[in-house]
Design a protein around this ligand. Structure first.
Ligand SMILES: *[C@@H]1O[C@H](CO)[C@@H](O)[C@H](O)[C@H]1NC(C)=O
Length: 302
């Protein structure tokens, strides 16, 4: 997916709305929960974000949310040196088809619903989930994580509508004539095997991006994205991967070049056997995440 915003902002709205909010555009919150309770459940149970039995997200590091996102099973870390054609590594891609994810609510509707852990009892009542249900737990975790303060050098926001996501992205990437696009991992050919060895097919394509905003889905009865941006330098890549089970994936990867501010306990350091601030740490994004990057001037002359 890659759509220009700015001159073409209506296009991306349409595109994203089509992609992410076809069925329930304009549904009431209650009917949404009735229609999508099960999907919401699937989404949570698909292991993303990973929430411990005791309700805590894994680890503590550059950001709570990064850990919440990084189910150790699904997050395979690698270094810049691994991004070479012919390199094989086991990767877990959670199968979360954006078309089965919870839908975006229109902004006015999303903004009319409280979004704070203090309002949880009211929200559970509104969405008809009992206090001790897994959905209640997932909602509580999502709200708490959205209320967590950003770490040093990070700007974060939980977007409860497409419009608020675009506002946040604009605020970070926008200049005088902001033009940006969203890229995401796409499964060109998929099998039912989530965890398999993948081999990098071609030289990974660097996506020119002075800044980027990563938006991760969070479990909630309607679409909520945790979006964040870090001051430290990142490199974004598109990588064509062939799986040993016949999968073909055009994956978006990011490499964090400066990890010196990360917590030593960050799982990537354990996985890679390195110290903070030594080597870049890279990871792939699951298909339902969005990575927003500016459109390079040379490419924007459409
Ligand atoms: C990947 O390949 C290696 C070497 O053949 C093998 O040991 C490993 O089990 C494979 N991993 C997966 C996830 O299939």
């Amino acid at each position: 997916m890659g759509v220009a915003v700015g001159a073409a902002s209506r296009n991306i709205l349409l595109h994203l709305l089509l992609l992410l909010s076809t069925h329930c555009h304009g549904c009431s919150a209650r009917s949404l929960s009735e229609n999508h309770g099960e999907k919401f459940m699937d989404h949570r149970l698909s292991g993303f974000p990973k929430i411990d039995d005791d309700g805590h997200a894994h680890g503590h590091g550059m950001s709570h949310m990064d850990h919440l996102m990084m189910d150790p099973q699904s997050m395979i870390f690698f270094t810049l040196d691994d991004l070479k054609p012919g390199k094989t590594m086991p990767i877990y891609f959670p199968k979360r088809d954006p078309s089965s994810s919870p839908r975006f609510l229109p902004r006015e509707e999303a903004e009319s619903i409280p979004f704070s852990s203090g309002a949880l009892p009211h929200l559970l009542d509104r969405f008809s989930f009992s206090t001790d249900s897994p959905q209640a737990k997932a909602m509580e975790d999502t709200l708490k994580h959205c209320e967590t303060k950003p770490v040093k050098g990070e700007t974060k926001s939980c977007a409860t509508s497409l419009e608020s996501m675009l506002d946040f992205v604009h605020g970070i990437l926008g200049g005088k004539s902001p033009r940006f696009r969203a890229i995401s991992t796409s499964h060109l050919i998929g099998s039912s095997t989530r965890f398999q060895n993948f081999t990098i097919q071609e030289a990974p394509r660097g996506v020119p991006a002075s800044k980027m905003v990563a938006c991760h889905t969070l479990p909630y009865p309607y679409a909520v994205f945790y979006c964040h941006s870090q001051e430290s330098e990142n490199k974004v890549f598109e990588v064509v991967l062939a799986g040993e089970n016949g999968d073909r994936v055009k994956a978006v990867a990011v490499c964090h070049l400066d990890t010196s501010q990360w917590n030593r306990d960050h799982p990537s350091f354990r996985v890679l056997g390195i110290e903070p601030g030594t080597l870049p740490v890279c990871h792939f994004f699951p298909a339902d995440n969005l990575v927003w990057v500016p459109i390079a001037p040379a490419l924007s002359m459409v």
